[in-house]
Every structure is written in C-alpha cells, then in structure tokens.
Design a binder for this molecule. Structure first.
Ligand code: DAH
Length: 336
C-alpha cells in the first residue's frame, strides 16, 4: 500500500508538470483530493486495514495530501504570475516617452482664460446652492424666443442678428436664456441655477464684438422672490469676482422675459461705473411657458457677458483673441 502511495504521488507530480492552466490544475486537484479522488479513496479504505497498516498508511497518506495541496497552490501561483508577465509584455507602455504635442496642450498652455473665470463663477454660485446647467447650442424658435415672451416681430428675431438654419425653426442660440426654459421644464420650484456657455450672433467682428461669445445666465424661482433677492445675489457675486465690496445700481432696462427689467451697473474706484448685467423679475408669461404657476411662484433672472469680465481680469484688449487658438495668447494664463 505504501508503494502504491509513492506511485500515486509520482503520477500526480507528472500530471501537474503537464498542466498548463488554472482549470486543468484545479481538475487535477479534484482528481486526487476531491471526495471521489484517488487519495481520498485510499483514506476511505483505511477502516478495512489492520491497526498496524492503518497507522502507517494513514500517516503517509496525510503527508502526501499535504504535499499535493502545497504543490497545487505553488502551481497556481506560478500560473498567475506567468499570466501577469504575459499581459505586461503585451500592454507595455514607456512611461518615460515624451510627446511634444502633449506639452503644448497641457503643460505649456494651461487653461483658457474663459475657463478660468467661468470656473470661478461656478464655484461662487455652487457655494450659494445654485445648480450649474448646460443646454444645446442649436436651439429652436420656441426656447430661444417664443417661451421667453419675445414676440415674432421683435428685432431680436431679425435675420441679421440670428444665425438660422435653413428650416427656419432651428438656430444657434443667441443667448443663454433658453436654458431658463429648459431648467423650468426639468425642475420643480423652488430651484436656482446658473448656465455658463457659448452664444452666437451674426455680428460684424471688431475688438469688442465677436460672433461667438460667452454668457452666464441665472435664474431663481421660489415663493415670494423679490428684487431684494436679486440684488443680494448680484452684489455677492460681483464682490467675490472683484474681491472687494462693490457698489451696484439698477436702471430700468427692457428685456421681454422680465418685468420689471433692469440694467445693473457696478462701481469700483479703479473702473468707475460699468454696465455689466441684464436682469429682472421673471415675466409671468415666461413662468407659465415653463409650466410654473405665476400666482404661486415668482423668480428673478439675469444674464451677463463673460468675455468682458475675462478681458478686464486679464487686461485683454481684443475679444477676438479669445477664439484665436493662438498658443502665444493662451499660454499666458496657466493657473495650476
Ligand atoms: N438674454 C439677454 C441678452 O442676451 C440678457 C439677459 C437680460 C438675460 C435680462 C436675463 C435677463 O436673464 O433677465 O441680452
């Protein structure tokens, strides 16, 4: 019996040598140590042996059982590390390789100045509980104009200002205000959000006019929202952006989607009075178009040009530089 055990182990070792996968190795383990395995059946037959033989065969079988277990786990480990080295060889990456284009895009250039100021404004408003929304650049007549109480004979709809698609329905959004409508459609009051993004107009370009520029829209709807809420948030935002306590004033301004509507000016020692923001109390027609009952809720909205703020912050003298994609320009604003 003892010899039979020696032979069994030899046979096992040979088979293990030839095993090339985890599955094969685990099968082999079951073939020897499983409940119907070769070694297990010897252990089962112990009870029919003489006490003397049982003692001898018993301890030898146990010894082999431990050996087989150790051999199997060593083999599994070897197979695993073999697989890892194969993968590493296949997915080899030279981490020391330098790509000069990557340098230009990231290390040399940094973030675009519009991105920097936009993120700053997003941080200010998120810290006051505002959501940040995005909307499509290609809009339809309803979201860009109709729902915003802009009648079809309003000059803002004039072909000269708006870049229309040939279907006469779709257009490149001329302001971020359509996202007010999308926000009202997707949210239930109370809510407050801002919308930074690109807008498009059929303008002649010069140092202060571009066909593509940036705005930040804002809207807050709740019960009993008044002009004082509007003033509070505008003043807080501007004081944060300009890092000083700023003075503001409201003048009457006409925008079809607000009533009353205002032009908001800011005063600083260095710059004097600057006209910065269009704003007002959301017109009942606009709330209704967004599915909100104007008898229950009220709201304010504002829209601000972002490019002017960027130009002031970084003393940029020509708005056309912003979309120039000129690395000599862009690489001056690294900030990380
Ligand atoms: N959409 C306006 C524009 O592009 C700016 C604006 C004015 C937005 C008043 C507003 C607002 O939300 O209340 O000129």
């Amino acid at each position: 019996m003892s010899e039979k055990l020696d032979l069994l182990y030899q046979e096992f070792q040979q088979a293990l040598c030839g095993s090339a996968s985890r599955a094969e190795t685990l099968d082999l383990k079951a073939g020897y140590l499983g409940s119907k395995g070769k070694l297990s059946s010897i252990l089962k037959s112990l009870k029919d042996m003489s006490p003397e033989e049982r003692k001898q065969v018993g301890s030898k079988s146990n010894e082999y059982k431990n050996k087989i277990e150790a051999d199997i786990s060593a083999k599994l480990q070897a197979l695993d590390s073999e697989e890892i080295s194969k993968k590493l060889e296949k997915q080899w990456v030279d981490v020391t390789l330098k790509d000069s284009n990557l340098d230009l895009g990231l290390n040399a250039a940094g973030y675009h100045p519009v991105t920097l100021v936009q993120r700053e404004i997003e941080d200010i408003f998120s810290s006051m509980g505002f959501d940040i929304l995005d909307g499509p650049h290609i809009e339809d007549d309803w979201h860009n104009f109709g729902a915003l109480n802009i009648p079809s004979d309003h000059p803002a709809r004039d072909m000269q200002d708006t870049l229309w698609f040939p279907d006469g329905v779709h257009l490149l959004r001329t302001h971020t205000s359509p996202v007010q409508v999308r926000g009202m459609e997707s949210k239930k009051p109370p809510f407050k959000f801002i919308v930074p993004g690109k807008v498009f107009r059929a303008e002649r370009t010069d140092a202060s006019h571009e066909t593509v520029f940036h705005q930040v829209e804002g809207m807050m709807v709740d019960k009993n929202i008044t002009v004082s809420n509007l003033i509070y948030f505008m003043k807080t935002m501007l004081s944060e952006i300009f890092k000083q306590d700023v003075k503001i004033q409201l003048r009457p301004g006409f925008f079809p989607f607000v009533e009353p509507g205002f032009e908001l000016d800011m005063y600083t020692e260095q710059l004097g009075w600057l006209e910065l923001i269009g704003c007002g109390m959301t017109h009942p027609n606009v709330l209704r178009a967004g599915g909100i009952d104007p008898d229950k809720y009220s709201g304010f909205a504002f829209g601000m040009g972002l490019d002017r703020l960027v130009m002031m912050r970084y003393a940029i003298n020509d708005v056309r530089l912003i979309h120039s994609a000129d690395l000599r320009f862009i690489s001056q604003f690294r900030s990380f």
